[in-house]
Design a protein around this ligand. Structure first.
Ligand code: COA
Length: 165
């Protein structure tokens, strides 16, 4: 059945205050519902697949408003350049356009951080490659930039950001 996602998003936006919201674990394939329109718009669906998506050390979370998945985040046990053994990468952070700036992204990052905290003792590092447009968002959540900006092919300019716990 054809679903007009624009009207679905507007409907969610107007009704979010009255509907039940929930963050829960989802599969990597479910993340595509949000990854595709927000992070891989206009690209083939297979570009939504990230290396390591299916590892049992990877976890995916979804933010639901009623039955509708509107935001996603993934946590990978993956190392960057930092000299610490325990490193986690946040990837695939996205919220449907009409619902951005409503606090959903922040709640998803907090939830992912809590999950990492529950499964680790300090010290550990959470890091991510932030798109230029998202750098301020992560700064507000306590992440620092490390090094210079760099290009990820066909996606754009990014900054490596991190938070040590
Ligand atoms: C970046 C993104 C995940 C943020 O999620 P969100 O639900 O819109 O963000 P929130 O509403 O939780 O914002 C939390 C805070 O960050 C701020 N913020 C959010 N996006 C911002 C941006 N692009 N620039 C500056 N500040 C931003 C909000 O104003 C809010 O500040 P406040 O607490 O002072 O009110 C979302 O906008 C998105 O999906 N963007 C497109 C995809 C993308 O760039 N993903 C990141 C890939 S690295």
């Amino acid at each position: 059945m054809f679903v007009n996602t624009y009207y679905l998003e507007r409907y969610n936006f107007l009704c979010a205050k009255f509907f039940k919201t929930l963050i829960k674990k989802i599969t990597h394939l479910q993340t595509y519902i949000v990854r595709h329109p927000i992070l891989r718009a206009g690209k083939p669906i297979n570009t939504c697949a990230f290396h390591g998506d299916e590892l049992n050390t990877t976890v995916h979370f979804g933010y639901y408003i009623q039955e509708n998945l509107v935001g996603v985040i993934s946590v990978f046990k993956n190392s960057s350049i930092f000299p610490l053994e325990n490193q986690y990468q946040i990837r695939g952070m996205a919220v449907l356009t009409a619902l951005q700036n409503q606090g959903i992204g922040q709640k998803l990052v907090n939830f992912a951080e809590q999950h990492i905290a529950q499964h680790n003792s300090k010290p550990y590092i959470i890091w991510l490659n932030a798109r230029q447009n998202a750098v301020s968002f992560y700064k507000k959540l306590g992440y620092y930039i490390h090094g210079d900006e760099f290009e990820i092919e066909s996606i754009g300019i990014h900054s490596l950001m991190y938070k040590q716990k």
